[in-house]
Design a protein around this ligand. Structure first.
Ligand code: KG4
Ligand code: ZN
Length: 349
């Protein structure tokens, strides 16, 4: 069964053809990083305009790379929630148009659930359930209890910044490029993680929620701190590496502690980590210390992509969960209690 999938929840225009839920026949991603770089964050209006320009060429490339035409597809899938409304609308409108014109089933997919499902792509060994899932990205940091791919419950999340957002803001403080995750990760590998003790916010005892805004502020105070600087421009490369390593150690400590807490509470048999921050080398190296089988996608499927949408869509289609052509784009995740839930970052994962 072949599904053409579309992803446009935030600043990536992506399309993919996925066979039987795991075999990726094509995976095309047009990134907008160049357009948003000077603002150090995603500008929603710029994002939706770029999606309009990219959506048709990206769809054409995905079909060409997979060497298939629309007639040979079994369904059209799209990331329908959560995300920036202007961005979502482009992908959802394209998918509905294709489904209507071809008469093929339409499948709306939750982008955050798809980040978790990304560990299944390219015939990777499936996790044993129940699993604890962590989605850590620029727009989202939340944990999930996964009983199976159709039964995913949110058990905690950030009450302020997403962890990727903290990476991006700390990178700005340190004068590093946007997005900040990768440059900080690379510098951290050469620094001393014990050089500066940044705070680890655990919130109230037993909490499965996260908070990263205090950590970001303490990096700012440390940099300004005793030497009265606004930015890190003038500091030595050694100090820069040490601050990166110490910041990263604090992030990883918090993520691991909360994962451990969730594993114990729900008796999980495995751990799944997805989203842009799951590309982090320090985090990937630390995860085996949890003592359970750990599933992390290959780097190409950590950040936003349409292959993960096409994969999860296959599970939904097989279970008969087909969407109506009247399906709307929705800015919040279906399993988040209300649209006003704090800590959903900029509204995308
Ligand atoms: O999932 P994603 O592509 O998109 C959304 O946030 O919607 O994640 C992007 C985020 C950015 O904040 C970026 O800084 C972070 O993932 N990121 C990383 C790494 N690579 C990307 N964070 C830490 N370490 C990395 N190696
Ligand atoms: Zn995402």
């Amino acid at each position: 069964m072949r599904i053409l999938a579309i992803e446009s929840t935030c600043d990536e225009t992506a399309a993919a053809v996925v066979e039987d839920g795991t075999r990726v026949l094509s995976n095309v991603v047009a990134t907008q990083i160049d357009l948003h770089q000077i603002y150090r964050g995603v500008v929603p209006e710029i994002a939706s305009r770029a999606h309009i320009e990219q959506i048709l060429p990206v769809l054409q490339s995905a079909l060409a790379e997979a060497a298939c035409d629309i007639a040979s597809l079994d369904a059209i899938a799209v990331a329908q929630r959560p995300g920036l409304i202007g961005s979502l609308l482009i992908g959802v409108t394209a998918a509905k148009t294709l489904a209507w014109a071809t008469g093929k089933p339409l499948i709306g997919v939750d982008h955050v659930h798809a980040h978790l499902y990304s560990v299944m792509l390219n015939d990777a060994p499936p996790p044993v359930f129940p699993a604890i899932g962590l989605v850590a990205s620029g727009g989202h940091t939340a944990m999930y209890l996964i009983r199976d791919w159709l039964n995913i419950t949110r058990i905690g999340g950030t009450i302020d910044d997403a962890v990727g957002e903290a990476y991006d803001k700390v990178a700005a403080i340190l004068g590093l490029p946007y997005p900040g995750g990768r440059p900080i990760d690379e510098l951290a590998a050469e620094g001393n993680p014990k050089a500066v003790h940044f705070p680890r916010s655990m919130l109230e005892p037993g909490s499965l929620n996260f908070s990263f805004s205090g950590l970001k502020t303490s990096v700012l105070y440390h940099v300004r701190g005793h030497k009265g600087r606004e930015r890190m421009d003038a500091v030595s490369q050694v100090e820069l590496r040490d601050v990166c390593a110490s910041f990263q150690a604090a992030c990883i400590d918090v993520l691991l502690k909360k994962l451990r807490r969730a594993i114990d509470r729900f008796g999980a048999a495995s751990v799944i980590v997805g989203g842009g921050v799951s590309a982090n080398r320090g985090l990937r190296a630390a995860l085996p210390s949890l003592g359970l089988p750990v599933h992390v996608p290959p780097p190409a499927y950590c950040t936003d992509n349409a292959a993960m949408i096409g994969g999860l869509a296959h599970v939904l289609l097989t279970a008969g969960r087909v969407s109506e052509l009247s399906m709307d784009a929705v800015t919040f995740s279906a399993l988040v209690p209300s649209p006003g839930t704090p800590g959903e970052g900029r509204g995308s994962a």
